[in-house]
Design a protein around this ligand. Structure first.
Ligand SMILES: [Zn+2]
Length: 208
């Protein structure tokens, strides 16, 4: 994955902030191990700071990606196609910004094209670019929808996210089977009940 190489860049593309050095990041992990009550110098933990820092490069690679740029290439030869386009059940892997533990779920994205369409894999890449950051589900939902609306300028955008938050399942209130559902409907999906229902049917829901 060539994307991960970029993470070693000193400045975060998303924030413009300079990253600490790798050594500093590993020292922070050692501190957290001691905070947990263990000894970072025992054999089983010696390689852990390095592994955690490398895991962060995967979990948070979205900070070096530009979602708007991913949508720049569009196709106009669509033979007048003007129906809803839906990509459903996109696997969501993110991290909650309050506890830094996983949010796992599904994202459904729909839009109603206005003359141009985008390669469907790009929709999934936009989801990932925002998901591989520290997030709350509400913000993630809005960021995906707003970016699609601004860049593609379609007649409408719909985003529904269903996800489980490990900060609820493995800590805090310990509720295991709860899914949080968020949605953002723009343009025709907001104004036209029929278009919204068509989208919800396509993703297998009767409501959000
Ligand atoms: Zn949380």
């Amino acid at each position: 994955m060539n994307k991960m190489v970029k993470k070693s860049e000193v400045v975060s593309l998303a924030t413009g902030l300079t990253r600490p050095s790798r050594d500093e990041a590993e020292a922070a992990v050692r501190t957290l191990i001691r905070w947990a009550g263990d000894d970072p110098d025992r054999e089983g933990l010696l390689g852990t700071p390095d592994r955690v820092v490398r895991s962060y490069e995967e979990f948070f690679r979205g900070y070096d990606e530009d979602p708007s740029e991913m949508l720049q290439r569009t196709f106009e030869e669509v033979e007048g196609y003007d129906e809803v386009v839906v990509l459903r059940d996109i696997r969501l892997e993110s991290h909650c910004e309050h506890h830094m533990v996983p949010i796992i779920g599904k994202v459904h994205v729909g839009y109603l094209p206005d003359k141009r369409v985008v390669g469907i894999s790009k929709l999934a890449r936009v989801v990932d670019a925002f998901a591989f950051r520290l997030q709350i589900q509400e913000k993630l939902t809005a960021q995906i929808a707003n970016t699609l609306q601004e860049v593609l300028q379609p007649r409408g955008v719909a985003v529904v996210i269903e996800a489980a938050h490990q900060c609820m399942t493995t800590r805090g209130v310990h509720k295991s089977d709860v899914a949080m559902v968020t949605s953002r409907m723009l343009g025709a999906f907001r104004d036209n009940g029929e278009t919204r229902r068509e989208f919800l049917t396509m993703i297998g829901r009767t409501s959000v």
